[in-house]
Ligand binder design. Structure first.
Ligand SMILES: NC(=O)c1ccc[n+]([C@@H]2O[C@H](COP(=O)([O-])OP(=O)(O)OC[C@H]3O[C@@H](n4cnc5c(N)ncnc54)[C@H](OP(=O)(O)O)[C@@H]3O)[C@@H](O)[C@H]2O)c1
Length: 250
């Protein structure tokens, strides 16, 4: 698959930034969309200093730009559609603080789910018109089973998995050059998880970024757990009875 250019939404995320670095050498043009312009500039400068040909950035706030066609904006900037789109932004709420708070829950769903699926819809339209492209979305292993201390976040990601499963089937039936990659990391040490007391089996953002870049390079399509053995862990967690899942504290 061609991978000269990529649009990364939520580009200031630690995992997204690590993925961008790992794509250098394959990908020469980056369009970065995020809400923190200061951090975005630092990441753009770093990619340029490491050899990227072109790094363009644009503001994007999932709460205010929910329906914005960022893919069309990218096409305007580049004069062509990007070869791949990676969607990385999300929030991990403090569960106890949010479980009775509908306004906050709504905001989490707006950022993690509604804005992401709106973006996917734009990608779908543009990529189907062109007939090629890779759509990659960062979901989570958390989506595989609701647990007592994370079920809103888990639900916000599970919707992505189901949507992407269906889109993958649609594309594999009619568009052989379109790919849908659902990325499901386990625990990763990033600013998102900095407040968690313990993170069993946690990975480094750089290692996760490398794995995502590898999947993009080979045009992979499917649900991918990172590291791979989370697939085995979550297969077990999915079939455990509630009384055992109750005991999982993380
Ligand atoms: N870390 C883990 O253990 C883990 C595990 C599984 C899946 N994931 C997923 O991996 C992805 C990347 O997360 P990360 O671990 O790299 O954490 P991170 O560094 O905290 O990144 C989260 C990103 O989301 C952005 N964001 C939050 N609200 C936004 C909004 N309203 N509009 C636009 N952007 C917004 C943040 O932007 P600001 O910089 O402006 O805040 C930040 O760039 C997320 O989808 C996360 O759910 C993470």
């Amino acid at each position: 698959m061609k991978l000269d250019s990529v649009l990364i939404v939520g580009a200031t995320s630690a995992i997204a930034a690590a993925t961008a670095r790992a794509l250098l050498g394959t990908c020469s043009t980056f369009v970065l969309a995020a809400r923190n312009s200061e951090r975005l500039n630092i990441i753009a400068k770093d990619l340029r200093s490491r050899g990227a040909d072109a790094v363009l950035s644009m503001p994007y706030d999932a709460l205010h730009d929910t329906d914005r066609d960022v893919v069309a904006d990218t096409q305007q900037l580049l004069g062509t559609l990007p070869d791949a789109v990676l969607i990385a932004h999300a929030v991990l709420p403090e569960h106890d603080a949010i479980v009775h708070d509908a306004a906050n829950a709504h905001q989490v769903l707006e950022i993690n789910t509604v804005s992401v699926l709106a973006l996917c819809t734009h990608v779908c339209r543009h990529f189907e018109q062109r007939g090629s492209g890779i759509l990659a979305v960062i979901s989570s292993v958390a989506a595989d089973r609701g647990r007592r201390n994370n079920f809103l976040y888990a639900a916000s990601k599970a919707a992505l998995d189901v949507y992407l499963d269906g889109l993958r089937l649609r594309w594999s039936a009619h568009w052989p050059l379109l790919r849908v990659l659902t990325i499901k990391p386990g625990y990763v040490r990033t600013p998102m998880t900095a407040q968690l007391a313990s993170m069993p089996l946690a990975a480094r953002a750089d290692d996760v970024g490398h794995s995502i870049a590898q999947l993009l390079r080979r045009g992979a399509s499917g649900r991918y757990y990172i590291p791979w053995w989370w697939r085995v862990v979550m297969t077990v967690v999915r079939i455990l009875p509630d009384r055992l899942v109750m005991l999982i504290r993380h």
